[in-house]
Design a protein around this ligand. Sequence first.
Ligand code: FAD
Ligand code: ZN
Length: 467
Amino acid sequence: MTGVLARLAAIVGPQGMVAPDDAKAYATDWRKRYSGSALAVVKPASTAEVAALMKLAGAERIGVVPQGGNTGLVGGATPDSSGRQLVLNLSRMNRVRAIDPINNTMTLEAGCTLAAAQAAALAAGRLFPLSLASEGSCEIGGNLSTNAGGTGVLRYGNTRELALGLEVVLAGGGVWDGLRGLRKDNTGYDLKQLFIGAEGTLGVITAAVLKLFPLPQGQATAVVAVDSADQALQLLEHAQAQLAERLVGFELFSSLCLELVLRYYPACRAPFQQAHPHYVLIELADSRDSDAAREMMEDMLGAALEQGLIRDAALAASGAQSRGFWALRENISEAQAHEGKNIKHDVSLPVSRVAEFIRVTDAAIARAFPGVRMVCFGHMGDGNLHYNVSPPAGVEHDAFLANQAAISRIVHDSVAHFCGSISAEHGIGQSKRDELTRYKSQLELDVMRSIKAALDPQGIMNPGKVL
Ligand code: FAD
Ligand code: ZN
């Protein structure tokens, strides 16, 4: 590997080499659960530079860890501790290459932050509907590579459903130009789907063609109190029947979630005078104005109240109040972190079975670990729960974390029983690699390994992740 650093620098120039003192931040994940040591951190400025880097990595058999905004939650963008892996950070490739409002597409480089992508769409009078709490930092390449979900999936789908074309640099340095903005293209295998959700194990995504949508003219947001997750499920069916595609978000959170947010975020206001067992945040968007949207929401909630589907409802009267309601939902994760360490799961179930899953799994955990506190919330409309477990009050948090494997076993076995997935939107990375082998069939794993071997025969793409 003699002279590798000089050859890397010759490709990306001095601006593209991260100083060793600054490299540590790129080798540590967002949650600070994983930390590695990189051979170097490089920031190429063009697809040609990425191709040259991949060629060099192939010749020298250097493992390459693609990285975007480094907000991933499963350690996927963190190098190992060997000091021999190259972190290839895409952040400098952040140009908007083209916007076609009539085709309703935009072509962006992988290093565009999600917030910049949303702003570029807005400037062209269009909506790019992907939305995550990390949108100020996460990047389009990372969103594609994790097939990110977020809060608009119910209406617009996850990142996979928003991508029409990709440009990818392969392990050998070849550049695949698949930047097609077509909604119909049946010309054999759909290669882009391989790279979406691959977490950097098959190639480096350098650019993408993404779908745009008309801007909604009106919005309405409500928080609703319900007896149980079962009742929330009935409400979902009712809301979908009444609002159809206007229903954009349907987010469930428990009483304890709200309690934690109110404790750690004093600026947040409780939506009701009294506490209720569960809450649902409902978001509606329409091509008519906000008055019309609020009217539709009111009609839907009025009928739900009459049918005994809900206990109470609060409808946001302004944009500020709507943001206040969303803050209740979006601050849950951070509020739970303020409360102390906890055990996280990101699971999905068939929507029809979400409530039964919560009932059965809560009971199983309570039997095995009496007193633990379930912090359960998520994108109920997508069947996706952030099913987190906090220690019983007064129990020392680090000691509690020793139960992680046993608790995750109960949760993930229950997920399998209900025909769900152990990773709904965060991915596998390094944190769920062993779990993957337990819950996928041998045949499915074999097919995945064959694809990996075909595209990355030397095994240099993000080694140690996913498979
Ligand atoms: P990184 O963390 O840099 O990388 C993620 C993975 O993608 C790694 O395996 C990396 O190797 C690979 N990768 C990155 N860029 C490329 C590329 N150009 N080519 C090939 N591989 C690449 N996720 C959700 O799905 N929904 C949420 O609601 C959500 N909310 C979040 C809220 C917070 C506060 C935080 C911190 C995270 C949240 N996440 C959420 C997780 C995270 O933001 C997403 O996974 C996001 O898509 C990661 O993007 P990134 O640019 O930060 O990727
Ligand atoms: Zn989520």
